[in-house]
Design a protein around this ligand. Structure first.
Ligand SMILES: *[C@@H]1O[C@H](CO)[C@@H](O)[C@H](O)[C@H]1NC(C)=O
Ligand SMILES: *[C@@H]1O[C@H](CO)[C@@H](O)[C@H](O)[C@H]1NC(C)=O
Ligand SMILES: *[C@@H]1O[C@H](CO)[C@@H](O)[C@H](O)[C@H]1NC(C)=O
Ligand SMILES: *[C@@H]1O[C@H](CO)[C@@H](O)[C@H](O)[C@H]1NC(C)=O
Ligand SMILES: *[C@@H]1O[C@H](CO)[C@@H](O)[C@H](O)[C@H]1NC(C)=O
Ligand SMILES: [Zn+2]
Length: 952
C-alpha cells in the first residue's frame, strides 16, 4: 500500500495535515507522546483480547494450522449497484477452492467474516474429494472472533490428497473500504456507484471464504456478473463476455484468465462505468489508466499514462525480471482512503494519486502521481512476485517500495532532482518519530502481529519511512550496484514464493562477497541492529581527540526507557565524513565508544559527518568544531553539501531542545541563512524558527525575534522576487517552487513589508475582480492569511463570502477557513467562534478545522479558551472533534505559566464533563517542561537577538 499520509504535498489529502502541522510544532513533543501512548495501548494484546481468554481449540488461534495448502480458487461475484428493498447494496457469490491436505486433520479452518452463507444440505460448505471420496461433514459454524468458517469432519483428510470446498455466500458492498465495497461519485449530475476491492491486509475474507495469509499463495479464476452498461476488471486480462439474463435482468458475465500464483491480499476486482486510455497496441505489456469518463475526457489520466510505461521499464531492468502479467491497470477510486494499493495487475489509487489537473495543473500534483505510480509498480516484484512470509516484516515490503520508488521517480522525471530532497526530508521527519520512547522496532515478533488489529497497526510511518531510510543506508555501504545484484538473485530464487528478511540478507551477502567489498560484520548482523531494535544513535565526535561515541537518541528528557533491547541500544554505524570539504574514508563505529585519530583536527580544520544523510543518526560535535562549522557556513556555505546544511540545522535545534548544545548555538547557525537560497536548509530552519515564534509569542522577546527573522529572510525573498520576475512567473525547479512557498510564508509571518504588500496587492486584485484569482494555489493559504491579518472587516467578509459559496476545492476551502482565523480583530474572532455554533454558517464537518486554525492565532487564544470552556460539551457532541483534540488544542494554547494555571483551575470540570481520565492530562507535564525550558533560555536568547539585530 502507498499510504496517503506518507505522500508529501498530497494536495487536498495533505492540506489538513499541513494545516495541523503549524500547530503541532508548538507542542510537538507533548502531543506526540500522548498520541503514541494511546496508539500503543491499542496494540497491546491485553486490550485487543477479551480479558483472560485462553485459546484452547484450533479455531481460537488467529493463525491457520499447517494442515492444508490451497491450490486454486474459482470465484464468481455478482455485485448489485442498486440498493435492495432494505436500502442495502449487496453482492452474492460462490467459491470453489481446491486444496491439498499436507498433514492429517479432520478439521478445515478457512477465513470468513461479515458473510452470510447459503446452507447446502444443512452445512455452510460442501466438500468433494478429487482423489477419492471425502469424509462427510460433521458440523460447520462461523467463529467470528478469529474470523473463521469452521468445518468439522467425520473422518480425516488424506495427506497429499486434493479436495474441493464449495461455498455460496452474500455480503454487503458497504462504504467502508474493506473487502468488496462500493464507492459513490457524481458525474453530469448523476450519482454513480462503483464496486471495488481492498484486500490488504486481512479483508479478502470479507469478500469470500479463503485461506487469508500471505504465504498461502494460489491461482485465482475470477468471474464477475454485472450490468450491461458497466465494465468489469480484475487482476488478469478478460477471457470472455457472455450476455445472460438473471431474474429478468440483462447482465454480462465476464471471466478473467487465471492469475499467476499469488497471495489473497493482492486480489482485486472492480465493476464501474469508467472510461480509459491505454498504451499503443503491440507493446509487450498493456498499460491502461481508468477513471470516470469525464476525468478521462479532460485528460486527467494522461500524465499517469505517460509515466507508467517508463517506470515499469525501469523496474524490469532494475530487478532484471520481466513484468510477469499481460497488463497493468491503474484505476482511480473516488474517496479511496488508502492512498494506493498494489493489487497485481489492477492497482487502485485515490484520485489525487493518479489524476492530475484536479485543482490547477500544478507541479505538486504530478509529483504525487509519479511517486505513487513508482511506489506501487515497485511492489509488482518486491512484494507481489516475492512476498514476505508474514506481516511482522511489512517494513521490508513497504520500506523497499518506498526506497525504490525514489529511484523510479527520478528515472521518470530526472530534471526534478526529487531524490535530492524527498528522501532526506522524509528521513529527518521519521527520525523525529523514532526518537520517541514510544517508537517500535521495524520488525516486530511474529506473535505480536497476529490479529487483524495488530496487523493494521503496522502500516505506520516508521514502517514506510524508516524502512526506506535503513535500506538507503544499506545501499550506500554495500553500494547500489551490489544491492541491485543481490536483489536480483533473491527475486529469481524466490519468485512466486515467500521469504523472511534473512533470505534477502543472504543474497546481499553473496553479492557483497562476490564484489569483494569488505564490511566489518556480515550484512545480516549489521542490519539486525537497525531492524530489531527501535530508535537510532546520536553520534558524538570530539574533534580535539578523535573520540567517537554513540548513545540511543531520545527526544525527551522525561522519557523512561523501559523497553530492553538484545543489542543494548548499540548499533554498527557506517560514518561517512568530510574534513575541510574533502570526503575521508568511511569509518565504522562498532562499539559504544571508540577513537578515530583521523578525526582529531588541527585548529582551523572543520569536520562534518554523515555526508548527505546516508546513515540514520544524529550527530553532535565538540564546541570548537561547531564554531568552525558556523564560520564555514558564514564564509562559504557551499563547501558543506546541501543536505548536510539542512541536517546541521536540524541536529542543532534538536540537541538544543535537549540541552546538549546551547540554544544560542542553534540560533547562530541560522545566521548564515541570509546567504542561503536552497529549499532543504530553509525548510528545516523555517520549521524551528516558527516553533520559536509561536512559543515565544506572548513574551517580550517576540519583537527582537521577528526583527531577526525579517533580516534573515529578506535576501532570499528578494532572490525569489527576481527569479520569478516580480512574482509573475513560476520557478522551474521543484525545490524552488517549494522554497518560494516557504519563504513567502515566513516573510509574511514576520511581517516583512514587501511580503505583506505583495499579499495585499494580489488580494485586492482578486477582491475587485473576484472571478479571476491570480494567486497561485500553492501560495493561497498564506497570502489570504496575510491579507486578512493586515486588513479589516472588508477583507474578512470577502473571504467569508467565498467560503460560504462553497464552490471551491477542498483545499481552497481549508485555505479560506485558515485565512479567516488570521484576523487580529477581537470582534471578528468572537463572531467567527459564534458561527461555529451555527451549522448554517459553519458546517459541522468544518468546526474542528476552524478551532484548530484559531488555536494558532495568539490574538484569538483567550477567546478560544473561553469559548471551549463554555461549549466543549456541545462541540464534542456535535462535531468530529474528539476529546483528544480538545486536550490537544488546549495544550497548544499554553505558552505562559499564567495560562497553565488558569487552565488547571478548571481541569476537574473538564474531566467530569468529557469523562476524561487523569492519564489524558499527562501531556501537561511536558507542557510544564517546555515552559521551564523557555524560562531557562529566554534571557540568553533575548540578549543574543538584541546583539544581532541592533548591530547596524
Ligand atoms: C475453474 O475455472 C476454470 C476456468 O473456467 C476451469 O477450467 C476449471 O475447471 C475450474 N475449476 C473448478 C474446480 O471449478
Ligand atoms: C456460481 O454462481 C454463478 C452465478 O450465479 C453460477 O452461474 C455458477 O453456476 C455457480 N457455480 C456453482 C459451482 O454453482
Ligand atoms: C446477513 O444475515 C443477517 C441476519 O439474517 C441480516 O441481518 C443481514 O442483512 C444479512 N446480510 C447480507 C449481506 O445478506
Ligand atoms: C450483448 O448484448 C448487447 C446489447 O444487448 C449487444 O450489443 C452485444 O453484442 C451482446 N454480446 C454478445 C456477446 O452477444
Ligand atoms: C446503467 O443503466 C441503468 C439503466 O439505464 C441505470 O439505471 C444505471 O444507473 C446505469 N449504471 C451505471 C453504473 O451507469
Ligand atoms: Zn506500498
Amino acid at each position: 500500500m502507498g499510504n496517503g499520509f506518507h505522500v508529501r504535498k498530497g494536495v487536498a489529502l495533505a492540506s489538513l495535515v499541513a494545516a495541523l502541522a503549524a500547530i503541532v510544532v508548538i507542542i510537538a513533543l507533548s502531543v506526540r507522546i500522548a498520541q503514541e501512548k494511546s496508539r500503543n495501548a491499542g496494540t497491546l494484546p491485553s486490550t485487543a483480547e477479551p480479558t483472560a481468554f485462553i485459546p484452547k481449540e484450533p479455531w481460537d488461534h488467529y493463525r491457520l494450522p499447517d494442515t492444508i495448502t490451497p491450490i486454486s480458487y474459482n470465484v464468481t461475484f455478482w455485485p448489485r449497484l442498486e440498493p435492495d428493498d432494505n436500502d442495502l447494496y449487496l453482492f452474492t457469490g460462490n467459491c470453489t477452492v481446491v486444496f491439498k491436505c499436507t498433514r492429517e486433520t479432520d478439521l478445515i479452518l478457512i477465513h470468513s467474516i461479515e458473510l452470510n452463507f447459503t446452507l447446502l444440505d444443512g452445512f455452510h460448505a460442501r466438500l468433494t474429494g478429487l482423489n477419492g471420496p471425502a469424509p462427510s461433514l460433521k458440523k460447520t459454524w462461523l467463529e467470528d472472533r478469529t474470523e473463521y468458517l469452521v468445518v468439522q469432519l467425520d473422518g480425516p483428510l488424506q495427506v497429499n490428497s486434493s479436495y474441493e470446498l464449495f461455498t455460496e455466500f452474500a455480503g454487503e458492498l458497504s462504504l467502508i473500504q474493506q473487502g468488496f465495497y462500493r464507492s459513490v461519485y457524481t458525474e453530469d449530475g448523476v450519482e454513480k456507484v462503483i464496486a471495488a476491492t481492498q484486500m490488504q491486509p486481512t479483508h479478502a475474507r470479507k469478500a469470500f471464504p479463503c485461506f487469508d495469509e500471505p504465504a498461502l499463495k494460489a491461482v485465482f479464476h475470477v468471474t464477475l456478473i454485472h450490468p450491461q452498461n458497466t465494465t468489469a476488471l480484475s487482476n488478469s486480462i478478460t477471457s470472455g463476455h457472455v450476455n445472460i439474463t438473471v431474474d429478468g435482468q440483462d447482465l454480462i458475465r465476464t471471466s478473467f484468465g487465471p492469475t499467476v500464483i499469488m497471495s489473497t491480499y493482492l486480489l482485486a476486482f472492480v465493476v464501474c462505468d469508467y472510461g480509459h486510455i491505454r498504451t499503443e497496441p503491440g507493446r509487450s505489456v498493456l498499460i491502461r489508466v481508468w477513471a470516470s469518463k469525464t476525468a478521462i475526457d479532460k485528460g486527467k489520466g494522461n500524465y499517469a499514462l505517460e509515466k507508467a510505461p517508463p517506470i515499469l521499464a525501469f523496474y524490469e531492468k532494475y530487478y532484471n525480471i520481466s513484468y510477469p502479467l499481460e497488463k497493468s491497470d491503474q484505476i482511480a477510486i473516488p474517496g479511496f482512503g488508502h492512498g494506493a494499493m498494489e493489487n497485481w495487475g489492477l492497482i487502485t489509487y485515490t484520485e489525487p494519486a493518479l489524476l492530475q489537473g484536479l485543482h490547477e495543473s500544478f507541479y505538486e500534483e504530478k509529483e504525487v502521481v509519479v511517486a505513487m505510480v513508482s511506489h506501487e509498480l515497485a511492489h509488482m516484484w518486491f512484494g507481489n512476485l516475492v512476498t514476505l512470509r508474514w506481516w511482522n516484516d511489512l517494513w521490508l515490503n513497504e520500506g523497499f517500495a518506498s526506497y525504490v520508488s525514489n529511484l523510479g521517480s527520478d528515472h521518470a522525471e530526472p530534471t526534478w532532482e526529487l531524490n535530492d530532497f524527498i528522501a532526506p526530508e522524509e528521513i529527518l521527519h521519521v527520525m523525529d518519530e523514532d526518537a520517541s520512547c514510544f517508537s517500535h522496532p521495524l520488525s516486530v515478533k511474529e506473535e505480536e502481529a497476529r490479529t487483524p488489529h495488530e496487523i493494521e497497526f503496522l502500516f505506520d510511518s516508521i514502517t514506510y519511512k524508516k524502512g526506506a531510510a535503513v535500506l538507503r543506508m544499506l545501499s550506500h555501504f554495500v553500494t547500489e550496484a551490489v544491492l541491485t545484484k543481490g536483489l536480483q538473485t533473491y527475486l529469481k530464487e524466490f519468485q512466486y514464493k515467500n521469504t523472511v528478511p534473512k533470505d534477502l540478507w543472504k543474497h546481499l551477502q553473496m553479492a557483497v562477497d562476490e564484489a569483494g567489498i569488505s564490511l566489518p560484520r556480515p550484512v545480516e548482523e549489521i542490519m539486525n541492529r537497525w531492524v530489531l531494535q527501535m530508535g537510532f544513535p546520536l553520534i558524538t565526535i570530539d574533534t580535539r581527540t578523535g573520540n567517537v561515541t554513540q548513545k540511543h537518541y531520545l527526544s525527551s528528557l522525561e522519557c523512561v526507557m523501559d523497553t530492553p533491547s538484545e543489542f543494548n541500544y548499540s548499533w554498527f554505524v557506517p560514518i561517512t565524513w568530510m574534513k575541510n570539504g574533502k570526503e575521508e574514508p568511511k569509518y565504522w563505529l562498532l562499539t559504544k565508544e571508540d577513537t578515530n585519530t583521523d578525526m582529531a583536527l588541527g585548529s582551523s580544520d572543520w569536520l562534518v559527518a554523515n555526508i548527505n544523510l546516508t546513515s540514520f543518526f544524529r550527530v553532535n560535535y565538540d564546541a570548537e568544531n561547531w564554531e568552525r562549522i558556523i564560520n564555514k557556513l558564514n564564509s562559504r556555505h557551499q563547501d558543506i553539501p546541501l543536505i548536510n546544511r539542512a541536517q546541521i540545522i536540524d541536529d542543532a535545534f534538536n540537541l538544543a531542545e535537549l540541552g546538549m548544545v546551547n540554544m544560542t548555538l542553534a540560533l547562530r547557525i541560522t545566521s548564515y541563512l541570509d546567504k542561503e537560497v536552497e529549499y532543504m536548509p530553509w525548510r528545516r530552519a523555517d520549521f524551528y524558527l516558527k516553533k520559536f515564534l509561536d512559543i515565544l509569542l506572548p513574551r517580550g522577546i517576540h519583537g527582537p525575534l521577528q526583527a531577526y527573522f525579517r533580516k534573515k529572510v529578506t535576501p532570499v525573498f528578494q532572490y525569489y522576487k527576481k527569479l520569478t520576475r516580480n512574482w509573475t512567473e513560476r520557478p522551474t525547479r521543484p525545490s524552488d517552487l517549494y522554497n518560494q512557498v516557504t519563504v513567502i510564508n515566513l516573510a509574511c509571518k514576520v511581517e516583512l513589508k514587501d511580503c505583506t504588500q505583495l499579499a495585499t496587492t494580489w488580494f485586492r486584485e482578486w477582491m475587485n475582480n473576484s472571478p479571476t484569482n491570480k494567486i497561485p494555489p500553492s501560495l493561497e493559504k498564506e497570502v489570504y492569511c496575510s491579507a486578512v491579518a493586515a486588513g479589516g472587516t472588508e477583507e474578512w467578509d470577502f473571504i467569508w463570502s467565498m467560503y460560504q459559496k462553497n464552490v471551491m476545492s477542498e483545499q481552497t476551502s481549508y485555505s479560506l477557513m485558515y485565512a479567516l482565523s488570521c484576523t487580529r480583530q477581537p470582534w471578528l474572532i468572537s463572531r467567527y467562534l459564534e458561527y461555529c455554533l451555527d451549522p448554517e454558517q459553519v458546517p459541522v464537518n468544518d468546526i474542528h478545522h476552524v478551532i484548530t486554525f484559531l488555536a494558532h492565532n495568539p490574538v484569538s487564544q483567550p477567546f478560544l479558551l473561553y469559548f471551549l470552556r463554555t461549549n466543549w460539551q456541545d462541540i464534542v457532541n456535535k462535531s468530529f472533534f474528539s476529546k483528544e483534540s480538545v486536550i490537544y488544542i488546549i495544550t497548544s494554547l499554553m505558552s505562559t505559566r499564567l495560562q497553565l494555571n488558569q487552565f488547571l483551575q478548571f481541569k476537574e470540570e473538564l474531566k467530569k464533563q468529557l469523562s476524561l481520565g487523569e492519564e489524558e492530562f499527562e501531556v501537561f507535564n511536558t507542557v510544564e517542561a517546555n515552559m521551564k525550558w523557555i524560562e531557562r533560555y529566554s534571557k540568553e536568547v533575548h540578549d543574543w537577538l538584541i546583539s544581532e539585530t541592533s548591530e547596524k
